[in-house]
Design a protein around this ligand. Structure first.
Ligand SMILES: Nc1ncnc2c1ncn2[C@@H]1O[C@H](COP(=O)(O)OP(=O)(O)OP(=O)(O)O)[C@@H](O)[C@H]1O
Ligand SMILES: [Mg+2]
Length: 232
């Protein structure tokens, strides 16, 4: 067995809201290897997004450990955590125009980088767009793209910094099942070709079945790990 890229141990997240405690993730342990494609399924409110946000360094765990490439990330100070997000993680969200866990200012600051991008970065972006079937769409405003095209742009954006880990939260929930399956297929192909570890949250069992492994969550607990169809 290769050394896992990510080891999650006894991970817990408790939210406090209006004096109430919500245990969103409870004592979750599992590990993942480079190149793997995992799906996380489970009912609404079962803690899927919370787990993904902790893996991505967007949310600090209440307790437990997340070790990525030998480094404990759950206790990183804010600046190092931002560095981890920038260098190691690519995000694809359902609402792809804004990063929900970043502040309004941070979302805006992301745009600053565009002016600073040289020809190499532009070439890399165009290459990614071409691989995702969007060669002719590189100069089109996102508002004029279809839902499936937008999600493919989001995949390209997630891969742009060459992260080791790609995290996708319900990337196909606003697509019909045919287009959704196409987007997941492309996500798998792009990530496998680059040996990325990919974790995709989905409500859709058919999409989940395309993964190597399926993690099932229920009420904050990891209740099952199943083999998907991609498992060799
Ligand atoms: N910021 C927050 N403050 C308080 N409670 C929260 C917060 N975010 C999530 N929760 C609660 O934590 C639990 C898990 O939420 P989470 O968003 O992780 O679920 P999910 O599995 O992603 O659900 P869905 O499938 O609907 O997206 C829910 O009970 C939710 O209400
Ligand atoms: Mg969610």
């Amino acid at each position: 067995m290769p050394e896992p890229l990510v080891s999650v141990t006894h991970l817990t997240k408790t939210y406090e809201s209006d004096g109430n405690e919500v245990q969103a993730v409870r004592d979750v342990s599992f590990s993942m290897e480079a190149g793997e494609f995992l799906a996380i399924v489970g009912p609404s409110g079962s803690g899927k997004t919370t787990l993904l946000a902790m893996l991505g360094g967007l949310l600090t765990p209440s307790s437990g450990s997340i070790i990525v490439a030998g480094r404990e990330i759950s206790t990183l100070p804010p600046r190092a955590r931002a560095g981890y997000r920038r260098t190691t993680v690519g995000f694809i969200f359902q609402q792809l125009n804004l990063f929900p866990y970043l502040t309004a200012r941070e979302n805006v600051l992301l745009m600053r980088a565009i002016g600073a991008c040289g020809p190499d970065a532009t070439r890399q972006a165009d290459q990614l767009l071409a691989e995702l079937g969007l060669k002719e769409r590189a100069n089109t405003q996102v508002s004029r793209l279809s839902g499936g095209e937008r999600q493919r742009v989001a995949i390209a954006r997630a891969l742009m910094n060459d992260p080791a880990i790609v995290l996708a939260d319900e990337p196909t929930s606003n697509l019909d099942s045919v287009r959704g399956a196409q987007v997941v297929r492309m996500l798998i192909d792009e990530c496998k070709a680059r040996n990325k570890l990919t974790v995709m949250v989905t409500h859709d069992r058919e999409m989940a079945d395309m993964a190597d492994r399926i993690l099932e969550m229920h009420d904050g607990h990891l209740t099952g790990v199943l083999a998907g169809s991609a498992a060799g």
